[in-house]
Design a protein around this ligand. Structure first.
Ligand SMILES: [Zn+2]
Length: 339
């Protein structure tokens, strides 16, 4: 074999390996069905003592609804594909938002609480604000600049004030300053802000983090914490006890054992919830009307992240509830003891 032919074969093999590697990295990192035991199943005769329900739409989009008032966390419904995100400018899709408004009766949403300004949390804020002119949008100044870029009325916008409770119907909400998941090469912008109105379409990296927030939600004595990002400010939650924790686990498997233990101690052990609902584990490049899938290996090993969480909950005797989309989970179940 000539040297030239050998080189061509080597190059061919190299390209084949690269393609195989990319195909692997885009595969879901495990199967939701492997976690059947923890998946929420609606019981036939659930009591209706609590009217509060929550629906999960992937990432940290959660809709709390007591039949009268709704509170929406983030409200990310457009979910552009990976190739759109990588190679194009992205924008909220008014038709998707219109459909969600109709299907979920979002006219009853009094407030949208935004956890931070990355596009997988805040892309749809402006369109939601326009279609829901009576709804308040609560978030950092960066988040409000995303709304301003879509000409949302200024009286709808409330800049987040940590530790200041606000009431909406029977809900009391309070923001708590938080810490974003450790940066990766694509979101190494923590603390950076969107300093002027951001018009869409825009590139994904223009949606700067702009600081992160957890939200404490109280409803008729039931305390819920929504923590979208996989990190904590040390001791930030130490004086808090809650019933239900919505806990971000994105990229938990990618962190050191020390980081994982610290994160789970500062959340599960400190907050002592009766139930924990993992969030931010799904492949958010898939449309909102498809069943949730685990993040691709490119972004995380969700199978491993979930197992790390489950192992810790067993130590602390906390019930894990895995929600698949779009499921209505009555929060009264959180008050039952683990099976
Ligand atoms: Zn983020």
């Amino acid at each position: 074999m000539s040297i030239k032919k050998g080189l061509w074969i080597s190059l061919g093999l190299f390209i084949l390996l690269v393609v195989a590697g990319i195909v692997f990295l885009l595969q879901p990192s495990g199967q939701v069905s492997d976690f059947q035991k923890w998946q929420y199943q609606a019981a036939e005769n659930t009591s209706t003592s609590s009217r509060l329900k929550v629906k999960f739409f992937g990432v940290s989009t959660l809709l709390f609804d007591d039949g009268k008032t709704q509170i929406l966390i983030d409200g990310f419904f457009t979910r552009p594909s990976l190739s759109q995100v990588l190679f194009q400018k992205i924008q909220s899709t008014p038709d998707v938002i219109r459909r969600m408004v109709q299907q979920q009766h979002l006219q009853r949403t009094q407030a949208i609480l935004v956890t931070h300004s990355h596009y997988d949390h805040a892309l749809d804020i402006a369109e939601l604000g326009k279609q829901l002119p009576y709804t308040k949008i609560i978030g950092s100044n960066s988040t409000l600049n995303i709304a301003r870029g879509g000409a949302v009325a200024e009286q709808q916008l409330i800049q987040v004030q940590p530790l200041h409770p606000m009431s909406f119907g029977e809900f009391t909400i309070m923001a708590i300053a938080s810490q974003h998941t450790p940066p990766t090469t694509v979101n190494n912008d923590l603390g950076e802000e969107i300093s002027r109105p951001l018009q869409q379409p825009a590139r994904f990296f223009e949606f700067k983090e702009g600081h992160s927030f957890d939200y404490l939600i109280e409803h008729q004595g039931h305390k819920i914490l929504v923590k979208a990002s996989t990190s904590v400010i040390p001791n930030q939650l130490r004086d808090l006890k809650i019933d239900t924790l919505f806990l971000g686990i994105a990229q938990l498997s990618r962190q050191s054992t020390e980081f994982q233990q610290n994160y789970l101690n500062e959340t599960l052990k400190t907050l002592k919830p009766k139930a924990v609902v993992p969030i931010h584990w799904d492949d958010f490049f898939k449309p909102v009307d498809q069943p949730l899938e685990f993040l691709p290996y490119l972004a995380d090993n969700t199978d491993k992240s979930l197992k790390i969480l489950i192992q810790a909950t067993e130590r602390h005797k906390i019930q894990v509830v895995l929600l698949s989309q779009p499921v209505s989970y009555p929060l009264e179940l959180a008050l039952q003891s683990p099976p």
